[in-house]
Structures are given as C-alpha cells and as structure tokens.
Design a protein around this ligand. Sequence first.
Ligand SMILES: Nc1ncnc2c1ncn2[C@@H]1O[C@H](COP(=O)(O)OP(=O)(O)OP(=O)(O)O)[C@@H](O)[C@H]1O
Ligand SMILES: [Mg+2]
Length: 310
Amino acid sequence: MSHEPLRSHDLRKVYHSRGAPATTALAGVSLDVHRGERVALLGRNGAGKTTFLRIASTLLRPSSGTIEIFGFDADSEPDKARPLIAVVPQEGKPFFHLTPREQVYTYLRARGFPRETALARTGEALEKMGLSDIQDRLSITLSGGQRQRTMVATVIATEAPLLFLDEPTIGMDPFARRAVWQALRDLTAKGSTMLLTTHYLDEAEALSDRLYIIDRGRVLVQGTAEELKRTVGGTLKVTLGGAAGRAEAFRSFGECVVDGGALTVIVSPDRIGELMAIAVREKLTATVGPVTLEEAFLRFVGRSIHEDEE
Ligand SMILES: Nc1ncnc2c1ncn2[C@@H]1O[C@H](COP(=O)(O)OP(=O)(O)OP(=O)(O)O)[C@@H](O)[C@H]1O
Ligand SMILES: [Mg+2]
C-alpha cells in the first residue's frame, strides 16, 4: 500500500430531500491524510463533517469529486476500501442485547479475525476503555458514556489501517476522554491513521497532528494547532473584567473581543507589561492565559460568517 490513506479532490454533496430545497453539504472539499497522522475536522454544526466521513467510509455517495482510500476509489471500489477502514459513527450505539464483550468479539469475528486474535484483542480493547468490570452486562444497562466507550473499544480493537471517528468522546468524562486519546495515540504508533471530528477544541489540540477547519462545506484553513494559533496575532490573551466598553483604549495591543461584560485582548508577550500597567491604573481585574485553538477557530469561522453580510 503505497498510496495516501485518504485523498479527496473537490468533493461535493448535495442532499435532495422531498418537499425541501436542496442542501449543499459539501461544496468542494480537497484534503489529504498522510500515513500515521491523526487529523481532526473542526466546524460548526452542519458544516459538513459527518457527510464527509460518511462518503469517506463508503456509506454515502458523493454528488461529484473523488475520494480515495489507500488508492481505492471510495465510490466505485467500496469493497476494496472497506476492509481497510473502521468507523465510530456519530451517535452510534452498541447492540442493546449484547454485552460489550460480545459486541467487540462478534465484530472482530465478522471482520474475519481468527478466534484467538479476536479474543485477545477484545480483552485488550475493553481494558483500555476501562470496561473490564462491566464487560458482561447487557449494553442496554450501560450509561451513555459507557456505551460510547463500547463503540470506541469495538473500533480500536480492529486496529484497522484507517479509522474514522465522528465525535468519539461525546458524553465521556475527562478520564474516559484521556483513555481514548491514549488508545488512539497507541494505534497510530502501531501504524494506523485517523480522521476524527470533535467539538472539544482542547481534544483537537491534544490529539491531532493537523486540523482542517470546515465551514458550510468548504475548507477554510488547514495546519497544525500551532500554525493556526499563530494566525491570531499574539500568543497571550488578557481578559479584563468589566471593561467591555473600553475596547478603544486597548485596540493598539491587538485584536479585542467583547464577551459579556469582559473585554479580551490578544497581545504579544513583549507588550504584556504595558497592558497590565494600564489595567492596574484603571483598577481592572485582569486574567492572563495562552491563546488557544478556540481563538483561532472563532477568528476563521467568524470571518467566514461575516462574509454573508458584506
Ligand atoms: N440525510 C440528509 N438529508 C438532507 N440534508 C442533510 C442530510 N444529512 C445532513 N444534511 C444537511 O447537510 C449539512 C451538513 O450536515 P453534517 O451532518 O454533515 O454536518 P456536521 O458538520 O457533521 O454537523 P454536526 O457538528 O452537527 O454533527 C447540514 O445542513 C445538514 O442539515
Ligand atoms: Mg456531524
């Protein structure tokens, strides 16, 4: 397999629903995922992330454009692509009448793994997802987070060359989320590649080598978290309580955003002393923190929303 795990070119999808206007979910998405990478798709609700993953995982046909999985066309050669991928779908649920152990094992057997391998992998995946204690309970009796962990366990146990994970940690507690991150890192260390979506920007930052920000079916920007954060124009953000009306006084330091009664100013470290001196003089409470992916996301997506108004 010398081809890229995933390569899409000008992928478009228009949904035609009865009695409703057509919806353009993808308006020409070109992206690549390189071998061993963890890549995240970020975007608002309805941006087109799930549509992209469904087409990539051969479950939905594109309206036009191409998408290749390890060199196989996902639309015309789905049978060749399918054995190479595994998917955690958005809002997927385990079979209620199976236990986590039965679910993972049965899935591995269905994919053609021999009994011993399936058994060993099942135990390992359940352990990694912290499900060993409840592996023999019917899934209907599990909590929402435990069910989601079962879905992730099922997919990581396949050790497939390419994993698609659509909001894999939704509803999980912070410990479970970290267990998923570790399991996914371990898998890429073994040679798997993954494309995931998440609305948790800390997760995107902790987990992905590269990110694509998608909005209204288009790629707005791609890069590492560091690269995207650098575009914000500073590395620190200072939040000034009760200073919402004072943006003019701070505009020269960098981008200013009003949020409730507070004013957030993006600033470079060499001007932080100057800014804090003003805050002290004006008796404003100041909280200083690093710029995060959230600022980059708001900046790119916010700018694209405002294009409508120009
Ligand atoms: N089966 C469908 N029929 C018609 N329209 C659809 C269908 N599935 C999705 N859409 C529309 O396509 C657009 C993209 O939806 P999609 O589910 O890909 O977004 P998403 O980025 O995954 O959003 P979220 O973050 O909410 O999961 C939305 O406008 C959605 O309403
Ligand atoms: Mg979605």
